[in-house]
Design a protein around this ligand. Structure first.
Ligand code: MAN
Length: 224
């Protein structure tokens, strides 16, 4: 602090000297400044590696901004991708995307993660097997018996969620799952079957399928 003050006073003083003396005094000042810097008494401001506080703050603010812009661009890309996905009629499945429901079935627990994947989880510690990744929603006719417990797809056109390209089956194709949706007041995996090796069928009750039924999509159960 003192050293800087001293230097500025001497520089101003230099301006009042006659030409020849000015050169002598100037050289003397330069060498004493160098000496002060070398001995750590005066800060060396000419050093390009030591950035000023203001420059550092500005640089960090800019880097922060650049990062934010990159994040926003990535979010936008994800949103655009998301818009291309099939979330069912009136986007009814958008809100439950990623949520999972399970059913206990003998050797395995089967898991359905909405618009994500289906899994077969070994209870004997043999790991998890991917039974397919969500690809889209189709509609198919069904003609099932009514059940006393109400856990039936009934008769009519139903939504079928296709989960494909799961883990490869030994000596066979990649596993896949058709998830058939029936109307139910609560979300529940009713049953899982494997009629053909590594081709699974899940029957699932969900209120989301009732909205579809109410929209008049051929539900005979309601008409009876
Ligand atoms: C495992 C399970 C079965 C499947 C066989 C095929 O045991 O994933 O569901 O049928 O592998 O080898």
């Amino acid at each position: 602090m003192f050293a800087n003050y001293f230097a500025s006073v001497v520089y101003n003083f230099e301006a009042y000297l006659p030409g020849f003396l000015r050169t002598v005094v100037h050289d003397a000042i330069i060498s004493s400044r160098l000496w002060l810097m070398e001995n750590g008494i005066l800060a060396d401001n000419s050093d390009s590696s030591s950035e000023s506080q203001a420059a550092r703050t500005a640089r960090e603010a800019k880097e922060d901004n650049d990062r934010n812009i990159e994040n926003k661009k990535r979010d936008l890309e994800n949103e655009k991708e998301d818009l291309k996905k099939d979330y069912g009629p009136a986007d009814i499945f958008r809100s439950i995307k990623g949520q999972c429901a399970e059913i206990d079935a003998g050797e395995y627990t089967y898991e359905l993660c909405w618009l994500d994947k289906t899994m077969q989880k070994s209870k004997k510690g043999h790991g998890h097997t991917n039974m397919g990744n969500f690809r889209g929603i189709d509609r198919e006719m069904v003609d099932d018996e009514e059940r006393l417990d109400g856990k039936s797809l009934g008769k009519g056109e139903r939504m079928v969620m296709r989960y494909e390209d799961g883990q490869a089956c030994w000596n066979g194709p990649n596993r896949r799952t058709d998830v058939w949706l029936g109307c139910s007041d609560k979300e529940e995996v009713w049953r899982v079957s494997e009629a053909e090796k590594c081709v699974y069928k899940m029957e699932v009750g969900t209120p989301a399928a009732c909205e579809d039924v109410q929209a008049g999509q051929g539900d005979v159960k309601d008409e009876l």
